[in-house]
Design a protein around this ligand. Structure first.
Ligand SMILES: [Zn+2]
Ligand SMILES: [Zn+2]
Length: 667
């Protein structure tokens, strides 16, 4: 059994719960039904938490018996009875006193009272319900659970379900607490949707970017020498990466962006100014490097010597019978603590950059700016480093080094709508190129209650900026949803969700509108009226990071990249190894390479069918087979990966066709 990486989510507020969508309600209700079924089989099971999660639900249970997938049919059969009985979910509001009593008797999360077997986890959950918040039970048949809902009306509303896996998890995610069995399942409105889901899961496994990435030789993660989460791009992956950068650079150039380049690290002051340090982002950054200049090093050694002397003196005093709270001992300890602080302050601390924005802000500040310079669109494929927990690392999807398709647009309030709209249009343009047919912009706004805590305390600016963003989204006809209380600290945020061709959802990128940090950096432009004003800043990264986007593309295309993206675009295969046929083939490769096409040749003596098979396996996009007859006609026989032969065509025509398809980035 593998330990579960799904961190226990923080306790949901009633507000969060009300946001649960229909499918989440259905799945959570199914967790109640699963618990009922487990209790029919093992009456002393103790349940902890059973929330809906991405793609399904789970319920954590403590039970002597180790539940394994072999138990699933029996549990599912009991679930079927509960669903067939079509029991209503009845809500009961109780006093805390009553809930305590029912936990003690083992009634909560049970089918009946269970003397000597109190509902200990429900008791712990009860303690987390704040005073003043109503305490509610939900009852379905014999099963009574401490739960705030919401659920479907009746168990019969659960159309189709299936248990999927077992993992282990600590109660409330804390390893000091007992270890529980986490039983996962999923549920849908009907059988058709359930079957479609499992078909997609199967297809996603077949298209797993880690598997295809290794088979195609796109990247490797060398945990021993480079480190976990730090992908090494192999030549074939490097080719894809280059193409994406080329696309971004062209698109951004046409849209009036200018390119900059910034270092991978910066002094602590940078992130103290941006507000990422000391607290907000500290856990996501690699620990700092301390650099001591010569004079600092001498001073540091001096301080260390003094610290040792203090230790000696304290030991001596204690040897003479001094107590730990004698005045002299206390004084020495205080001095030692102060020395530590002094040592910490010596030299300079540098951090690997976790985001490019502060560097770009300093570029904005590097020259005096006037309103005539705006909008200023600074673009960079910046490499950032984020310290993800090792348990969270996942192929290319969760990494510690990220190449980001980043840019920051500095503009006036009047320019905002046009700039933001242009960003959205750039997204749509990319979606078209990559055949992304389903997408949604998730627009997160602030909450009044969070001002000054979760959100920078600028009530008017929040409302003003959110209105601007909303107007653009409305007028652009883009598919968007609005989510309250999930904005970034310094402004509204737009997450871009896309669906791969097999219907799996990915978060591609995030846009942010920032009205606070430019001010922290003192960024100003001289306006028409000769006063200094702070620009707005739009953060955008339409192609996200190379890592995540290529991970997405591998699944989306199942590794069968379109010609312009294919690591090996063309392979010329000879029928036999005789001259002058080989020279004819080599000349074609040369001509293609002279036009920047990634073309290779296979001129060996192997049977042509074997050569074709190898090229197909390597997912080479276009195969040009040449034999004596082709050569005589100045032709080539064209074969497309996965599509088969297109027959013989004049060589010049084929080369021209290849160049056009690449230039136009045809699907
Ligand atoms: Zn519930
Ligand atoms: Zn940024």
């Amino acid at each position: 059994m593998e330990a579960d990486n799904n961190n226990q989510p923080e306790r949901k507020t009633l507000d969060d719960r009300n946001k649960m969508n229909d499918l989440e309600r259905l799945r959570h209700s199914c967790a109640h039904v699963m618990a009922t079924a487990i209790l029919r089989l093992w009456p002393d099971a103790q349940f902890a938490a059973g929330p809906p999660v991405e793609n399904g639900f789970y319920y954590d249970v403590e039970l002597q018996h180790r539940i394994s997938p072999e138990d699933f049919p029996a549990i599912e059969a009991e679930m079927k009875k509960e669903i067939k009985a079509n029991r209503p979910f009845e809500k009961v509001v109780v006093e805390r006193e009553q809930a305590l009593k029912d936990s003690e008797s083992g009634r909560l999360g049970g089918l009946s009272e269970r003397p000597g077997n109190p509902s200990k986890f429900k008791l712990g959950n009860l303690a987390d319900i704040p005073e003043g918040e109503p305490i509610t039970y939900f009852k379905s048949g014999d099963f009574i659970d401490l739960c705030a809902g919401p659920h479907v009306m009746r168990t019969g509303n659960i159309g189709a379900y299936k248990l999927t896996s077992v993992a282990s998890a600590y109660y409330k995610g804390d390893e000091k607490n007992p270890q529980l069995q986490r039983i996962y399942g999923t549920a849908f409105k009907n059988k058709t949707e359930l079957e479609a889901y499992f078909k997609m899961v199967e297809e996603a496994k077949r298209r797993d970017h880690r598997k295809i990435g290794a088979e195609m030789g796109l990247y490797t993660i060398d945990t021993e020498f480079t480190g976990p989460g730090l992908p090494l791009w192999l030549p074939k992956g490097g080719a894809i990466l280059e193409e994406l950068e080329k696309l971004a650079k062209e698109t951004e150039f046409h849209a009036g962006y200018v390119r900059v380049k910034t270092p991978h690290l910066a002094k602590e002051k940078m992130y103290l100014t941006s507000g990422h340090l000391p607290l907000l982002y500290k856990d996501s950054m690699f620990p700092p490097m301390s650099l001591l200049e010569e004079q600092d090093r001498e001073r540091s050694e001096q301080l260390t010597r003094r610290k040792f002397a203090i230790v000696d003196e304290v030991l001596k005093l204690k040897g003479q019978g001094a107590s730990t709270d004698s005045d002299r001992v206390k004084e020495l300890e205080r001095e030692s603590f102060e020395i530590t602080l002094q040592q910490d302050a010596l030299g300079e601390r540098y951090y690997l950059k976790a985001m490019n924005c502060p560097h770009h802000h300093r570029i904005f500040a590097a020259e005096p700016r006037s309103y005539r310079d705006l909008p200023l669109r600074l673009a960079e494929y910046g490499t950032c480093y984020r310290y993800e927990q090792s348990g969270e690392l996942f192929g290319l999807m969760r990494v510690r080094s990220l190449n980001m398709n980043d840019a920051h647009i500095y503009c006036t309030t009047e320019q905002f709508a046009q700039e933001f709209n242009a960003v959205n249009e750039m997204y749509l343009k990319y979606f078209k190129i990559f055949g992304i047919e389903k997408s949604v912009m998730r627009f997160s706004t602030h909450s009044k209650a969070g001002l000054g805590k979760k959100y920078v305390n600028e009530p008017e600016l929040w409302i003003q900026t959110e209105n601007m963003v909303r107007d653009v989204l409305k007028n652009s006809g883009i598919n968007y949803i609005e989510v309250a209380n999930e904005a970034a600290f310094y402004g509204p945020k737009i997450d871009v969700q896309v669906w791969s061709v097999i219907g799996r959802e990915f978060t591609l990128a995030t846009n942010q509108v920032d009205f606070a940090v430019p001010r922290k950096f003192g960024l100003v432009y001289r306006d028409k009226d000769n006063t200094d004003k702070t620009p707005l800043c739009i953060h955008r990264a339409p192609l996200g990071t190379h890592e995540r986007f290529i991970g997405f593309l591998i699944e989306h295309y199942a590794g069968n990249f379109p010609l312009w993206l294919a690591p090996e675009q063309v392979r010329v295969l000879t029928i036999g190894e005789d001259e002058p046929l080989v020279s004819y083939a080599k000349a074609i490769v040369q001509e293609l390479r002279a036009n920047m096409v990634r073309a290779e040749g296979d001129y060996g003596n192997d049977k042509i069918n074997g050569k074709i098979q190898q090229a197909e396996q390597a997912k080479v996009h276009t195969m040009l087979v040449v034999g004596p007859r082709d050569m005589a006609a100045d032709a080539v026989s064209v074969r497309i990966h996965g599509k088969g032969s297109l027959g013989a065509k004049p060589k010049t025509e084929v080369v021209a066709e290849i160049l056009t398809a690449i230039r136009e980035r045809r699907a």
